[in-house]
Design a protein around this ligand. Sequence first.
Ligand SMILES: Nc1nc2c(c(=O)[nH]1)N[C@H]1C(S)=C(S)[C@@H](COP(=O)(O)O)O[C@H]1N2
Ligand SMILES: [Mo]
Length: 315
Amino acid sequence: MPLRWNPDLTHADITPETLFRQRRLLMKGVVAGSLSTLLAATVEPLLAAKQAELPTFRKGVITLDEAQTPFKDVSSYTNFYELGSGKSGPSANADRLPLDSWQITIDGAFQQTGSFSLAELLRPHPLEERVYRLRCVEAWSMVIPWVGFPLRDLLQRLQPTQAARYITFETIYDPARLPAQKENVLPWPYREGLRLDEAMHPLTILAVGMYGRQLPPQNGAPLRLVVPWKYGFKSIKSIVRISASYDQPLTTWKQLAPDEYGFYANVNPDVDHPRWPQNKERRIGEFLRRPTLPFNGYADQVAALYQGMDLHKNF
Ligand SMILES: Nc1nc2c(c(=O)[nH]1)N[C@H]1C(S)=C(S)[C@@H](COP(=O)(O)O)O[C@H]1N2
Ligand SMILES: [Mo]
């Protein structure tokens, strides 16, 4: 399953979002004509319309020959413990996330540190669309057209110092608005980390949108990480802090259950979760399970990062 990467696209390839949608609606209506298809085609854009369309972004920078998971599934079947523990809790509680006046703290081993508004942080970084698989440790998966930019571009701008070996991310901590944070569901705030070379890998992105629109809160608005070769829990949502450090950070799931969730969390069909196997997955919307691929199908791009490491020990 080769990765299709189109680095030569230009801004001329961008189709205005509304045109694209109308065309798709039209094609769906004419070609298929069935009631359910027609319904899906009208309901989907309505649901998506709750999120603002993103301004220009390069389309199709990375594509996949696999069907995209419908927006309604990606935005309603979510893990976001701050907004509720079930799969539908996060979308029901979406409006609790205080999205206005979002600030991001940059600290630790960077030359450039400080507090940035979202706009300040994003301004120099052109947005692009990349279709990636997301594979949850619970053995379901999705295919999502993310809109974002390579994390490496931001890191290069912040200039990690000699002491920077790891990058750590934290989610908003606001127990007054996010009631789950008053309880011991997880050690708060949600924290995730990458080794510097993983963070600098060109597949690693910070996403601000999906399906051409701003991220819904339950999918990690206004800014989330997406690391497509790792289990979903590495892709931390609603980021308010990015730090660089010499030592490996203690990440949330590893802190909670170190036997079940390692720091690396590379998708690996050969390493079972202690309570269930990891060699199959259910693509949301499909009935039969499909085999899980090493590194979630991105082995050609990322396996070299782990040369010489025992991935059974470093799971
Ligand atoms: N802050 C935060 N980030 C999080 C989570 C969470 O509970 N809180 N859940 C993780 C898990 S387990 C998964 S599978 C993905 C799901 O991303 P999606 O809902 O956008 O598909 O988000 C990850 N990021
Ligand atoms: Mo997950």
